[in-house]
Ligand binder design. Structure first.
Ligand code: GLP
Length: 264
């Protein structure tokens, strides 16, 4: 794991967008794993800008981490309509290249198995973008999610319902209670993971995820097991980390990050 600390949310989002763009240039058929949440919105806006300047997203395929159960794709709070609005439509990604679990499927277990099979058939996820829930979740892998879990149904915690109320008129009671999510094991199978975390409200949970023990109580701590995982944090989110001097030293010296020093 590497931790990259940048001064503010804007520069953190820029680094993530530039890494995605670099990987897409190297491999236009990249299979991208995508996350929703407010943290990612700026990343998608930057990718839309880059697409306007020639970045080719037409050949990549995308798999989102999760989707609510029981609301149609056309609901403005669904992750399908959120992704269509923020990224897929603006960059002109053809609908058959973008995948989300179907939260309206009659047989949800079969839908979860189908989603895993679709990821495998695409060759696995090359680059997985991740945000961090207030309770340490990645995707919707709420506390005590098995560290080897695969795509399945999960009940959402009250903290998650509150965190995600914005797309449901600000009312946690309006947020669907259950979701389909890639499992922690599914996420760990991605060849590369990028976790983007901003804001002081995430500082304590980020410290537990990065520097605490690996525990199912904090799903993001499983990323410590991943061989190619970068955590990108702004200064506020990084404020409770112990190893900041070392993380900054690595960022300043690893050749991979040479082209990103303007953001530091
Ligand atoms: C939702 C998503 C997660 C995401 C989280 C972060 O819960 N299912 O994948 O990490 O939101 O949300 P935000 O960026 O709004 O803090």
């Amino acid at each position: 794991m590497e931790v990259i600390i940048l001064p503010d949310p804007e520069r953190a989002a820029q680094l993530v967008a530039r890494v995605v763009a670099r990987e897409l240039r190297a491999c236009p058929e990249l299979v991208l794993g995508l996350a929703t949440g407010r943290t990612m919105e700026r990343v998608y806006a930057l990718l839309v800008e880059m697409a306007g300047k020639g970045l080719d997203l037409s050949r990549c395929r995308t798999f989102n981490l999760d989707e609510y159960i029981g609301i149609p794709a056309s609901h403005p709070g669904s992750y399908r309509s959120t992704m269509d609005r923020l990224l897929f439509r603006p960059v002109g990604l053809s609908p058959d290249h973008s995948h989300l679990p179907d939260g309206m499927a009659a047989d949800l277990g079969a839908e979860c198995r189908r989603y895993e099979a679709a990821i495998a058939a695409a060759g696995g996820i090359g680059l997985q973008l991740l945000g961090l829930g207030q309770d340490g979740h990645i995707g919707f892998n709420e506390p005590l999610s098995a560290l080897r879990s695969r795509t399945r149904e999960k009940a959402l915690t009250p903290a998650t319902l509150a965190q995600n109320a914005a797309l449901f008129a600000g009312d946690p009671a309006g947020v669907p209670r259950r979701a389909i999510t890639m499992g922690v094991g599914t996420i760990l199978d991605a060849r590369r993971c990028l976790l983007l975390v901003t804001g002081a409200a995430k500082a304590a949970i980020l410290a537990r995820a990065v520097e605490g023990p690996i525990t199912a109580m904090v799903s993001a701590s499983a990323l410590q097991l991943h061989e190619n995982c970068q955590v990108v944090a702004d200064a506020a989110a990084a404020s409770l980390l112990q190893g900041v001097d070392y993380y900054r030293w690595v960022f300043g010296h690893e050749p991979e990050w040479a082209e990103f020093q303007d953001l530091g």
